[in-house]
Design a protein around this ligand. Structure first.
Ligand SMILES: [Cu+2]
Length: 166
């Protein structure tokens, strides 16, 4: 199967760079998936979804064998405070792309079976309305890594809403 070969090639390449990964399914390309190393059971993951086709698609969910629950979140500034909320999907426009990055849309892994360590790889399956399930492998990098996005470091670490209230 084409995918396994691609994934193997990408995993082998991780030692050199975490920025070359691409996963394709039909007209969709998932670029450079990465996740932040975590101390506890919650971590953020980020990637770019490119749609080279002529039809809108929509990311409607995710799963990972490494986590109990995987949600789509959006970080927004409300009255000067960075907050985040869960969203049920993200449209990927035809001939367009959507970046999930610190400070914006992101993937929230909850109930991780083990903390993510730098150098780990994280299996993630994206579910699209039209393209269906697209498996990718995310590289785990150190906390505070911003994936080329200036200023996106700690802002996104406000995951208060995910913590059980005490
Ligand atoms: Cu979040």
């Amino acid at each position: 199967m084409k995918f396994s070969a691609l994934i193997a090639a990408i995993i082998l390449g991780f030692g050199l760079t975490a920025h070359a990964a691409e996963f394709k399914s039909g007209s969709l390309t998932i670029e450079n998936p990465w996740a932040r190393a975590s101390m506890g059971p919650i971590a953020g993951a980020f990637l770019v979804i490119r749609n080279d086709g002529g039809e809108m698609d929509r990311l409607v969910g995710l799963s990972s064998e490494a986590a109990g629950d995987v949600q789509i979140h959006q970080t927004r500034e409300v009255n000067g405070v960075m907050t985040m909320r869960r969203v049920d999907g993200i449209d990927v426009p035809p001939h367009g792309e959507v970046a999930l990055k610190p400070g914006g849309y992101h993937i929230m892994l909850m109930g991780l079976k083990a903390p993510l360590k730098v150098g780990d790889t994280l299996p993630l399956t994206l579910k699209f309305q039209k393209a269906g399930a697209v498996p990718v492998t995310a590289a785990v990098v150190k906390p505070g890594a911003v994936g080329g996005t200036p200023g996106g470091g700690m802002m996104d670490h406000q995951h208060m809403m995910d913590r059980p209230r005490q």
